[in-house]
Design a binder for this molecule. Structure first.
Ligand SMILES: Nc1ncnc2c1ncn2[C@@H]1O[C@H](COP(=O)(O)OP(=O)(O)OP(=O)(O)O)[C@@H](O)[C@H]1O
Ligand SMILES: [Mg+2]
Length: 444
């Protein structure tokens, strides 16, 4: 039950900060207006209109009594003059006449006023009557059937109806619309810096360059933006340092290694020398791996790249080397990536698949927000409990470090580094072709 209620709340609450804060401001205004309007109409306006109707009905009742006693014409004149001067009532007496039924179709305020007046007349006059409301000329006329004729009473609408209700509502809605507009403008300015920060953080997470922006907005937002920019700078510097160091060390190690190799070459061809040579070969490949990795990372900027074309190139090159690779692409997998690093990642994964299987299947699919690339092979695969280990640097399932069965153990760690720096994910699965399935996703 609790869960469901939360779901309903979520469904009706706007999802953006802008929408939510607007609701926080607007909802009380609307609620207040509804309550005020209700109280105003129920208590004040209705009661006042009722009293006005009561007064008019009372006066009409007195007039009806007077006219029913068959007064002489002078008295009729006197009463009419008296009523028009003091009560704003125009009197007409149709001696011997009968009441004409009029079309009683009122709408809006007039219908409320008319029905209140009708109720009051019924109570006080206690004779058949008709009411006609002339909205345009703002007149109300009442006809009452007396025993000796028809009494016509015409009065201005102002005697029955107070326009202060209209004015009150107009002011109330007018001011609240002004308030809401001001709130919208103000809120937009408050939300903009937060949105900018969110976009920057998202770009950073995906490994794209973050445009410099000035911290703006409320104090807390500015503080968060400043902290983000500092963090971004620190991380950038760290990556730079790491790659520079890696490249430096690898480069420097090459020279003594070359020297060692030369010295070994002069030592002849004993089994010990052979073993040393093999070790040196491994070291050289490691160093090459570091250098490739460092080169891929350093300073490469993300650009919009057609991943399908990149895969086709890779597959064509592998086929020339005699590999059996099946490529299938769904959708249009274009994304903002760092092409060298990304190609290195793909190459590492495909190289593994080629080494361990005889056939490789590459499947790329583009969805709205991500590109998914899966590389399958029909090799022996990796036991599930080793899925995490193979991403660790220098880890190999075959611990003999045989050059034939594997490399240095940096292929997958580098691939993971590249994918993560693009804000993507990489994981292993069991392939339906029997071997290993490596799945990579990157946001577009
Ligand atoms: N497709 C695969 N099938 C079976 N085992 C695999 C597969 N891919 C990787 N592995 C296992 O994971 C280990 C680590 O792979 P990784 O690519 O990191 O290193 P490597 O291939 O041994 O060396 P490098 O790629 O640096 O030359 C491999 O040694 C291998 O044991
Ligand atoms: Mg490898």
């Amino acid at each position: 039950m609790k869960v469901r209620r939360k779901g309903i709340m979520k469904r009706f609450l706007p999802r953006t900060l802008f929408g939510r804060s607007l609701i926080i401001v607007v909802a009380p205004i609307i609620l207040l207006q509804m309550v005020t309007t209700y109280i105003f109409f129920d208590r004040h306006w209705n009661r006042m209109t009722g009293r006005l109707a009561f007064a008019v009905a009372g006066e009409t009742a007195i007039l009806a009594d007077q006219f029913e006693s068959d007064p002489p014409p002078e008295t009729v004149q006197r009463i009419a003059g008296y009523a028009s001067r003091n009560l704003e009532l125009l009197i007409g007496f149709d001696r011997g006449g009968t009441l004409q039924t009029v079309d009683r179709e009122h709408s809006g305020w007039d219908s409320i006023v008319a029905s209140m007046l009708a109720g009051a007349l019924e109570n006080q006059v206690r004779r058949p009557f008709e009411i006609a409301v002339d909205i345009e000329d703002k007149w109300v006329s009442i006809g009452v059937q007396l025993t000796n004729g028809v009494l016509h009473v015409t009065l201005p609408q102002g005697r029955l109806f107070s326009s202060s209700g209209y004015i009150f509502l107009l002011w109330m809605f007018g001011t609240s619309i002004v308030l809401i507009v001001i709130a919208i403008l103000f809120m937009r300015n408050q939300v903009r810096p937060i949105r900018r920060l969110a976009v920057a953080a998202e770009r950073f997470g995906k490994g794209r360059d973050v445009p410099a922006f000035k911290p703006e907005g409320a104090h807390e937002v500015r503080q968060a933006a400043r902290a983000f920019l500092e963090m971004h700078e620190r991380v950038r510097r760290q990556i730079e340092q790491r790659t520079a160091m890696l490249a430096g060390v690898s480069h420097d190690l090459r020279t003594p290694l070359t020297r060692l190799k030369l010295q070994l070459a002069m030592l002849g061809d004993s089994p010990d020398v052979q073993a040393c040579k093999a070790d040196i070969e491994v070291m050289e490949r490691m160093i090459q791996g570091y250098l490739d990795f460092a080169r891929g990372e350093a300073g490469e900027v993300a650009t919009r790249t057609d991943i399908a074309r990149m895969l086709e190139r890779l597959v064509a090159a592998a086929k020339r080397e005699g590999a059996d690779i099946v490529l299938s692409v769904q959708g249009d997998p274009g994304a903002s990536i760092r092409p060298l690093a990304f190609e290195r990642c793909l190459m590492n994964v495909v190289a593994n698949a080629r080494r361990f299987g005889t056939t490789v299947w590459i499947n790329a699919a583009a969805t709205e927000e991500a590109i998914e690339i899966a590389v399958d092979d029909n090799g022996p695969g990796v036991p599930e409990e080793r899925y995490e280990d193979v991403f660790k640097p220098f880890f190999r399932l075959d611990s003999s470090r045989n050059v034939e069965t594997g490399g240095v153990g940096l292929g997958l760690p580098i691939a993971m580094d590249v994918i993560h720096s693009h804000g993507g994910r990489i994981w292993l699965e069991k392939s339906k072709h029997g071997g290993l399935r490596v799945v990579m996703t990157v946001p577009r």
